[in-house]
Design a protein around this ligand. Sequence first.
Ligand SMILES: Nc1ncnc2c1ncn2[C@@H]1O[C@H](COP(=O)(O)OP(=O)(O)O)[C@@H](O)[C@H]1O
Ligand SMILES: [Mg+2]
Length: 275
Amino acid sequence: MAQAMNVDAPGSSPEGIRESIAVASGKGGVGKSTVGVNRWVGSRKMGRRGGLPDADVYGPNVPIMLGASGDLVTVDGAISPLEAHGIKLMSLGFMLEEGTPVIWRGPMIAGALKQMLNDVAWGELDYLVLDLPPGTGDASLTLAQMMPLSGAVIVSTPQEVALQDVKRSIAMFERLSVPVLGLVENMSYYVHQPTGDRVEIFGHGGARKAADDLGIKFLGEVPLDPAIREGGDKGSPVGADAASTLGAAFAEIAGRVEESVGAGEPEVEDDLPML
Ligand SMILES: Nc1ncnc2c1ncn2[C@@H]1O[C@H](COP(=O)(O)OP(=O)(O)O)[C@@H](O)[C@H]1O
Ligand SMILES: [Mg+2]
C-alpha cells in the first residue's frame, strides 16, 4: 500500500476545472455525501459553477440526494453530465441498475473513475467536488493519483471511534501530498424541537478538538436534523436555502473551504439561471 501511494505523479485535471476538491471520511454514514451536496448546492447560489462526480463506487447515492434522474447522452464522444440544482453531476449510480451491488476489483474501479473524470463534458467549472467512498481504499488512492487535487475536506461525527478513522484518512492524504483543507463535524448535536433542548448524541466538539490536535482547520459543524435527512431522501437539499439556519451552516463551511483553496470572486454570475 505504501508503495502504491508513492508511485505515480498525479495526472491532469479535466480541462476547464479551476479547483478539484475531494470530500472524504474515515467511515461511511457520517454524512460525507450530505455535506458535499448541501455545501455545493449552496455555493451554486453564490454564483459558483460546480460539478459533482459521485465517486463512491459502493454507495453512489448523490443522484437521489440531488433528485437527479434521466438518461445520459453522449455528444461528440463525451458524456453530458446531468444537472440538478444547478450542479453538474455524474455518478456511477447512472451506470448501475438500482439495487445492484458493485463488486469490482481495483482496476475496474480505476477504469470507471477515469471515465467519470475524463469522458464527461464537465465544461468550465469553479469546482469539481469528488464524493469519495469512505476510508482509504482503492478508489480514494486512484483518484488522488489520477489528478492533482486542490485539497480534501474530511467529514466526521464527533465520537472517538469515527475520529480514529479520520486520522487514517488525513494520514493518507498527507502521504499523497494532497492538502487537507479541514474537518467538518456532522451530526454535531440535536435540538429537540418541542423543548429546544440540545442533545449531543455523538458527543460534541470532538472534531474541533481533533482538528486542533492534528493542526488542521476546523471548517464548522452541522447539527443532526431530520430536515437534512428528509431533504436528502427527497432530492431537495436544505443547503439550497442559504437563508435557513441549516443552509447557513453549510454556507459557512463553504466559505471556509473557499478561503482554504484561495478561490477568487465568481467570474460569471449573470448568465447563471438561479433555481
Ligand atoms: N446532519 C444530519 N442530520 C440528519 N441526517 C443526516 C445528517 N447528515 C447525514 N444524514 C443522513 O444520514 C445518512 C448518511 O449520510 P450520507 O451523507 O449518505 O453519509 P456518507 O456519504 O458519509 O456515507 C443519510 O440518510 C443522510 O440523509
Ligand atoms: Mg456517501
